[in-house]
Design a protein. Structure first.
Length: 280
């Protein structure tokens, strides 16, 4: 009995000239460091043969694989540089638990159009209401949109600037913090800051003023920033620059962590007393 003809282009044997041409093509792609294109060459050629693609269509599909891989590498690099502390995204944010947050406004910020106008975003509210989650989510959205982003806490920024001043690297450090399109400064007001922190924060804000955006989270209202920074004059000057072009979100409500704690306690009490409702 005669075996059926194998029509799978991935397994149909090549002629000597075809194999030589194929190896030359792979070699060209490798020389040009088009690694993803070289990796996908067999599958793209097979699909091109099966679908009857033209040479132009085949080339477009092959280079699209390389572009996808290049964009993925660039995004991974931007996310590494961003130093985001959690994998939080805006899609994960519980708007029902934060009634003071307007989803339409957050969705507008997620487009990253505010970055083109160097608009700042201030997230103000007590601990646990989602300020850092929103800041990280907006930072991730910016990185995914191609913007250079960097996350730091206010305390770490102040400490880094203090070391730079001692080691003679102040100008270099200022250039670093001026560089990213989006700088996220988290937790202003949570920890006591050293005396030089007000100057460091003011310098960073001033260098970015009207050029690039800052997202800042704080548990202290702007009226108490003089107390937070230990210098009312510097605090006023910094606020003047931050608020000139800004979106201010005042978050309130119960802490996410406290709500989770209470929910777990309620579940334990229901289990202990046998009053937990059966699953439907």
């Amino acid at each position: 009995m005669t075996n059926p003809i194998n029509t799978d282009p991935m397994t149909v044997p090549m002629t000597g000239s075809q194999a030589s041409l194929y190896q030359q093509l792979r070699g060209h792609l490798a020389t040009l460091k088009l690694t993803a294109a070289a990796e996908h060459l067999p599958s793209v050629l097979a699909e091109a043969d099966a679908q009857g693609w033209s040479t132009t269509q085949t080339l477009e599909h092959l280079l699209a694989r390389e572009v996808e891989a290049t964009e993925a590498r660039k995004l991974a690099g931007r996310l590494r540089f961003a130093s985001l502390p959690t994998p939080a995204t805006l899609a994960d944010f519980d708007f029902d638990a934060a009634p003071g947050v307007d989803p339409k406004l957050i969705n507008e910020l997620a487009t990253c159009r505010y970055l083109e106008s160097a608009i700042n975003v201030l997230l103000i509210g007590p601990p646990g209401v989602g300020k850092t989650h929103l800041a990280v989510g907006l930072g991730r959205a910016a990185a995914e949109a191609g913007y250079r982003t960097y996350f730091t806490t206010a305390a770490d920024l102040a400490a880094r600037c203090h070391r730079a001043a001692i080691e003679g690297r102040w100008a270099t450090t200022m250039r670093f913090f001026a560089g990213p399109t989006l700088l996220i400064i988290d937790e202003l007001g949570y920890l006591p800051l050293p005396g030089e922190a007000a100057s460091a924060l003011f310098q960073v804000v001033s260098q970015r003023y009207l050029k690039t955006s800052i997202i800042l989270t704080t548990n202290r209202g702007v009226a108490s920033w003089g107390e937070v920074l230990g210098d009312t004059t510097v605090a006023a000057a910094m606020l003047d620059r931050l608020l000139h072009r800004s979106v201010v979100l005042n978050l309130d409500g119960d802490s996410y962590r406290l709500r989770d704690h209470h929910a777990k306690n309620d579940a334990l009490r229901q289990t202990a007393t046998g009053t937990r409702r059966p699953l439907q």
